[in-house]
Ligand binder design. Sequence first.
Ligand code: ATP
Ligand code: MG
Length: 733
Amino acid sequence: QSPSPPDYIARLNPEQRAAVEALDGPLLVLAGAGTGKTRVLTTRFAHLLMTGRAKPWEVLSVTFTNKASREMRERVSAILGRPVEGLWLGTFHALCARMLRRHAALVGLQTNFTILDADDQLRLLKQVMEAARIDAKRWPPQGTMGVIQRWKDRGLTPERVTAAEDTDWAGGAARGLYRDYQRRLVELNAADFGDLLLHVTEILRTHPDVLAEYHRGFRYILVDEYQDTNLVQYLWLRLLAQSHKNICCVGDDDQSIYSWRGAEIENILRFEKDFAGAKIVRLESNYRSTAPILAAASGLIAHNTGRLGKTLRSGLANAEGERVHVVSLWDSEEEARMVGSRIEEARRNGTSLAEIAVLVRAGFQTRAFEERMIALGIPYRVVGGAKFYERAEIRDAMAYLRVLNQPADDLAFERIVNTPKRGLGDTAMRAMQAIAREQRLPLSSAAQIMVEGSDTLRGKARSALTELMHGFARWRAALDSEGHVVVAATLLDESGYTDMWKQDRSPEAPGRLENLKELLRAMAEFQTLAGFLDHVALVMDNDADPDAARVSLMTLHAAKGLEFDMVFLPGWEEGLFPSQRSLDEGGEKALEEERRLAYVGITRARRVAVISHAANRRIYANWTNSIPSRFIDELPEDHIQRAGAAAQERARMINAPSVFAGGGLMARRPRVIEPGAWEVKERPSAGGFTAGERVFHQKFGYGRILRVDDDKLDIAFEKSGEKRLLDRFVEKA
Ligand code: ATP
Ligand code: MG
């Protein structure tokens, strides 16, 4: 034992040091947020190299994101004082892709196999289902994909899916479809994302020689964010660690937030069972957050049952600090203003923008804060996703709105003419462009000519274009009387655009639909369509100095493992956070996962945490009132500081039965209704329609009126489901 340890070890507390120095044998570090788990892992890596126990390529390290991998590489290099090369460091998927390329032949693939994206996967599965004559209407391919992915998450190849594991999806055909789908993938020399882990695990299971080679190669294994591994990832780790058992996993059961992607918290319990004699180290000092922040987070998570349980105290020399702020605001706009001005104030007081984050529950929520940052000239970035107005579905919707406003906008017209697909492919477009060129007209005028006179276009394409052009005429005519928000909602529905995403079962689709709703809310903040379009054009054009420090905007999920001096946690309202989906599911389980997410959020903050909620939020052009999140009530009162109660009081008074009845679209009429529902009234519409009446619509066919709201009707169509339409587009049947 050297009397003075190297300073990278001297910087650790005794428990951390024990976790770093116990290099051999299985080790589980189970500890709360900010206790230095990631630091222990990084230091352990450096220590393995410094002591000569392992060469850089003999350590296999798994992180949850690519960003975390980069950081680990940098920190290890910093400790070693030189760059490190040849590491097996990455996410599960990245590491498995690399391994699979080496052994592709063992599962019938070639080294240069393609990794399919979600679209390609689905297209392939559709073909497989068609060939098997499975009714895709009854059993949507997306559902089948879900079943297959869950099997893959659990390490089940088609052969391993026993009758007991089978489901009655597709009338019991799912297992066969899975087998056919895997065969087709091999024929195409392709693998989907789930295959990366599945194939490698299968190879390790069935080829002892390959496994032995990796056992010789990887002498040490390091795993961060262990609580979010799924079963196949666990099996993969167990196989690789089997012989030397030098595996160190760090995690926190209170931060398990990916059960929806198959993560299994039970893997923590399995570890102790499978690796008999595993050392368990608990770290109890938090070095990230001030005492009040820590106390607030601990008080909140204490409401979860079934925790492994742990102590967490502050390890900071000076842990004093501001209490967690809980700010009640009148409405969502005031909330965005509050966040903006507090960021400006912090900046004036010397906080770097890189040390500030705004963490939201759902992606669409970044919009309001982005606009505020732009208005104030605060550089920002959206981590783990695109900026709001750069998201594909928003660009599509904006293109529709641009054509609505300005028919000669060719770029916009080109973008939407065949989105969603309506049979206006290359041939139709070439014909349209030819007319436009010859007659020096914008594309939309050329389209009009094709619809009215020329016979260049026939059949389905012709009727699709006719319908689109009639649609635009109708929507444009309605702008003055109905207002741009209602027309935009109608347009997105009637053009089939919203439906395109409703029918899409990819995991991103619900988020895209939420973004579209958010777009309508954004429009409602402007008096005219043109005013809104100008605003967005300016917003898009505003890109500050690329090297400037930036505020980070991201979802709570994307914030795992990160830390900032100042963290804003807006939108803590029932139905938003906890999410409506978790409330609808009703179970404690879903709610506990939301609570863990709240715990992750608060524990990202070093010095300042600001939780907020608004009493009123826009639903399209109307306002609804929202209730503060139950998580706010669960925070220990001693550690929080409330502000803005006056606004709350005001909200309570005004929400007494409708003093605000009537008024135009822009009027604020707070009212208790379900989030996401439309505000409704039960009296005949302007056009004399009443609920229960049977009606006819050109595109959607026959239906019955469910609700009447002024001149807007909610109609259940017999063929096309529920829609909201203006009554002037509907006839009595
Ligand atoms: P999370 O659960 O959020 O992933 P974690 O347990 O991985 O957190 P780290 O990110 O490793 O925690 O550490 C939190 C912060 O505390 C970091 O800024 C780290 O540098 C610091 N830290 C960790 N251990 C010590 C220590 N012994 N002395 C001083 N600072 C420390
Ligand atoms: Mg960490």
